[in-house]
Design a protein around this ligand. Structure first.
Ligand code: PHE
Ligand code: ZN
Length: 868
């Protein structure tokens, strides 16, 4: 059948901006959707039957507009009869319909094997799987591909039994059978209405790690984690994490699982971390597979975090979904907050908070201060895939955390209960969420809502003035302009604050919550009996940049005595940051306060190893750069190396102790054993900075003796930045040992791209030619591109070759997978922050990308916005 085009419709411009204020409800409801898949790698056929009826809540329409993407209808039926009067409007299918109920049928066909975008239905390692969020379902069949159209799905899958013995989709299996010629089929039904972005299907030769979970009301749920047979032994940590998450959500949020079945499938080609499809989560295998020989402690933690995150979405995402994609943080910010709280509860809350804040600062703060800055609830986008950002996820989580801080535990829980009850089965908005919290608690949260709409990280300055028994805290806030928001209003900033006695080291004014709402405020503390030190934004109660008027001496005391562990960490970071910034600017500063504080931390009997490791790790080069007006990567690198080497030399015996310490075997994953390993590698890095030759020896010994990936990769990481014969020996040995394990080979690439060496650019250029480098596999592409883009010193090599390399790689990736390519752009977005020579080189590369013909809209949006 030939394709007809709607001649009247204006030629749709290639890159249209979608605006939040243009939201209108869809004119039709789709109560039921029946899909029949005839599955094959090279060709898959989909027959869809939709029950449609007018949506009383919307303006009526006499056409049914269904989204498509690279699809052609093979046939269209209305109420059982073939229809000829359909039209194509760009990628969309328009079907004229009289008012009333109808049954609409559409046939399509496409090639999963040719789908390199990994959106819709695609092939990975001989299996078939789907990814539909945000707008991938339209690559499977024509459909109202928007989150506010909820439908009940019944799905029939038919495939060659030998090639695809396992057939899975959402909900519960109803019937199955075998046909002629080795074909088998299965029919499933999902009783919960869902938007199409939560649809999932998997067909392949998979084996399950099976278990079960009994819910709080006594229902038994069958659990399955599906992988290739050889990977089965690596699924037990994911299974344990899943059961813990299921229990936690019952205990902490009162949320019970609702189907008889919960399946997870691991795939090796995946654009993101994982996906919360109803009853059938699909995961990047990196977030499922682990054993101590191949995965680090960090990998184990990430698996627990992501498994919990996707499971938690069953309520915050699936049962209550988003009205439109501008509300993405409704499910993502809340769910990240939930997974962070879970992580704090199953591990060390202080270390978890430090970790989460580090991610926020390294990624979200950079985003918020650059050309791609956008509010937690954006007002417009060109390509929604570009908005799966640290702002939506991590700043969104901070916003939920602030609401909880203001409400307190009990009222917050009453609020989330009301939210789930009120909006169950609906597509809701961020405003609905806040309203539920307000209604349940009786507390007005209007002042916090500005965090949804105003982009940019607030800067707060704080100064404590003390006279007699009284202390006065002076606060002042400002928010810098961001794209489209030149003038900012003051934000509501909850600051947990206490005063610490300079001599006693005790809390002389106990913690209180100060809410800074105006541009300036003063707060008084009475009955202050001794000189006081200001401990503010404790626990990182607000996601802000804080500038406190404090002397290095004060910071040193706070680093040793603050009663809030996070504030203690902050004091140390601030102490190091100030030294690094001054030194990078060419000033000569005494490092002794830093050395003393690091030494005290290492020698402390009270602090655990994991906390020590976080505290003594100097801030990354990009974090230093972020706090400077003009970034000079070489000067920052030199300053940080100088600090690392002084610490390494002056504290060599403390560090050597820490590096030797912790004799637990590598399969011990207790907090204590993990902490000891973390500290071991941090100490090793500092020792090597102080004495590279000895460091190389120690690292090689750690590498050789390691009975776990954490110690092995840690040692290899340290060696990768050194100039020593042991470097190549370790890298070669590692490669030979893990040649056939793709997730471990990703580490091998990543460690080299992250190495701090003058020749890292040459190394990554060579790595991109390595036979195992494959830009079509997102994990492999990112193993070089993300690690290198975050390697400030190497990426910003004076020659500009780092820029050229990454730009070339982005252009190459864009041809295969625009979504993943566009996510590699942010390092370029910071060009205006760099000294003029580098800024010009970066700009040139952005312009070169932009002038390349045939650019995807994903890449177009990120690059054009980066140039503004
Ligand atoms: N919704 C997924 C999550 O955060 C992320 C995702 C987005 C996955 C888009 C795939 C594609 O849990
Ligand atoms: Zn999520």
């Amino acid at each position: 059948m030939d394709v007809r085009v709607n001649a009247e419709a204006p030629q749709s411009p290639q890159h249209v901006e979608i605006r939040r204020e243009d939201y209108r409800p869809y004119p039709w409801k789709v109560p039921n959707t029946r899909l029949k898949f005839t599955l094959g790698l090279g060709k898959t056929r989909v027959q869809a039957i939709l029950d449609v009826e007018p949506n009383a809540a919307a303006e009526s329409s006499d056409v049914l507009c269904l989204n498509g993407d690279e699809l052609t209808p093979l046939g269209v039926w209305v109420d059982g009869s073939p229809l000829d009067s359909w039209l194509m409007d760009g990628d969309d299918l328009l079907i004229p319909l009289t008012p009333g109920k109808h049954e609409v049928g559409i046939d399509t066909e496409f090639s999963p094997a040719a789908n390199t975008k990994l959106m819709g239905l695609y092939a990975s390692n001989g299996m078939l799987c789907t990814q539909c969020e945000a707008e991938g379902f339209r690559r499977i069949t024509f459909f109202p591909d928007r989150p506010d159209v909820l439908s009940r799905y019944r799905v029939r899958m038919e495939a060659d039994k030998a090639k695809f013995p396992i057939l899975l989709t959402n909900g519960n299996p109803i019937e199955s059978g075998e046909g002629a010629d080795g074909i088998h089929w299965a029919e499933w039904e999902d009783p919960f209405p869902k938007p199409c972005y939560l649809f999932a299907l998997v067909a392949g030769d998979l084996k399950a790690n099976r278990d079960s979970f009994t819910t709080m009301s006594g229902r038994k749920v069958e659990l399955g984690i599906w992988v290739r047979e050889a990977d089965l032994p690596k699924t037990s940590h994911a299974m344990e994490s899943l059961k813990r998450a299921m229990r936690w959500d019952e205990e902490v949020y009162g949320r019970e699982y609702d189907l008889d079945l919960f399946n997870i499938v691991a795939v090796s080609d995946f654009n993101m971390g994982a996906m919360e499809n109803k009853g059938l989560n699909i995961f990047n295998s990196a977030y499922i597979l682990a054993d101590p020989d191949t995965a680090t402690d960090g990998d184990f933690d990430n698996i627990a975090r992501v498994v919990a995150h996707e499971y938690f979405h069953n309520w915050s995402g699936d049962r209550v979904t988003c009205r439109d994609w501008f509300q993405l943080s409704l499910k993502e910010g809340f769910t990240v907050f939930r997974d962070q709280s879970f992580g704090a509860d199953i591990g060390s809350p202080a270390v978890k908070r430090i970790d989460d804040v580090r991610t926020l600062r390294m990624i979200q703060f950079q985003e918020d201060s650059g050309p791609l800055a956008h509010p937690v609830r954006p007002d417009s986008y060109i390509e929604i895939s570009n908005f799966y950002t640290a702002t939506i996820y991590n700043k969104g989580a901070e916003l939920i955390r602030m609401m909880k801080t203001v409400l307190g535990e009990k009222k917050f829980r009453a609020g989330t209960d009301l939210y789930f009850e009120r909006h169950d089965g609906e597509a809701a908005t961020c405003d609905d969420f806040v309203k539920a919290l307000e209604d349940a608690s009786g507390v007005d949260l209007t002042h916090l809502k500005l965090w949804y709409s105003q982009a940019g990280t607030p800067h707060v300055t704080a100064r404590l003035e003390q006279t007699g028994g009284k202390a006065v805290l002076h606060l002042r806030q400002s928010v810098a302009a961001t794209p489209g928001q030149p003038v900012k209003k003051p934000m509501a900033i909850p600051l947990k604050t206490a005063l610490i006695g300079e001599e006693s080291g005790a809390e002389i004014a106990s913690e209180r919550l100060i809410l800074l709402e105006e541009s300036e405020a003063t707060v008084e503390f009475d009955n202050i009996s001794e000189p006081a030190l200001l401990s503010i934004n404790r626990g990182f109660s607000a996601p802000i940049v804080l500038d406190v008027d404090r002397k290095p001496d004060d910071l040193e005391k706070l680093a040793a005595s603050d009663t809030d562990p996070f504030a203690r960490y902050e004091a140390m970071q601030e102490l190091m940051l100030r030294w690094l910034i001054s030194t990078a600017k060419g000033e000569t500063v005494d490092p002794q306060p830093v050395i003393r504080a690091v030494g005290d931390t290492l020698r402390s009997n009270q602090l655990d190893s994991a906390f020590k490791a976080e505290v003594i790790l100097p801030p990354s080069e990009s974090m230093v750069g972020d706090r400077m007006d003009v970034i000079d990567p070489a000067a920052i690198h030199a300053a940080r190396e100088q600090l690392r080497s002084v610490i390494g030399r002056d504290l060599s015996s403390e560090l050597a102790n820490a590096q030797r310490g912790g004799g637990q075997p590598g399969h011990d994953v207790s907090a204590e054993a993990k902490g000891a390993r973390r500290l071991r590698t941090v100490a090793l890095g500092l020792l090597a900075a102080g004495d590279p030759a000895n460091g190389a020896k120690l690292a090689k010994a750690q590498f050789g003796a390691a009975d776990n990936m954490t110690d092995r990769q840690g040692a290899m990481m340290v060696l990768a930045s050194l100039e020593a014969p042991q470097r190549k020996e370790a890298l070669d040995a590692f490669y030979a040992r893990y040649e056939d394990d793709p997730l471990v080979i990703d580490k091998w690439f990543g460690v080299q791209a992250a190495a701090q060496r003058p020749d890292t650019v040459d190394q990554v250029v060579a790595l991109a030619e390595h036979p195992k480098f494959n830009p079509a596999n997102p994990n492999r592409l990112r193993s070089i591109a993300i690690s290198f883009g975050m390697n400030q010193w190497a990426f910003h090599d004076e020659s500009g070759r780092g820029y050229r390399f990454l730009a070339d790689l982005i252009l190459k990736a864009d041809k295969l997978n625009p979504q993943v390519a566009a996510r590699l752009v942010p390092p370029f977005g910071r060009w205006q922050r760099f000294e003029p020579k580098r800024a010009a080189l970066m700009r040139t590369e952005l312009e070169r990308i932009l002038s390349t013909p045939g650019l995807s809209k994903d890449l177009y949006e990120q690059v054009s916005k980066s140039l503004v």
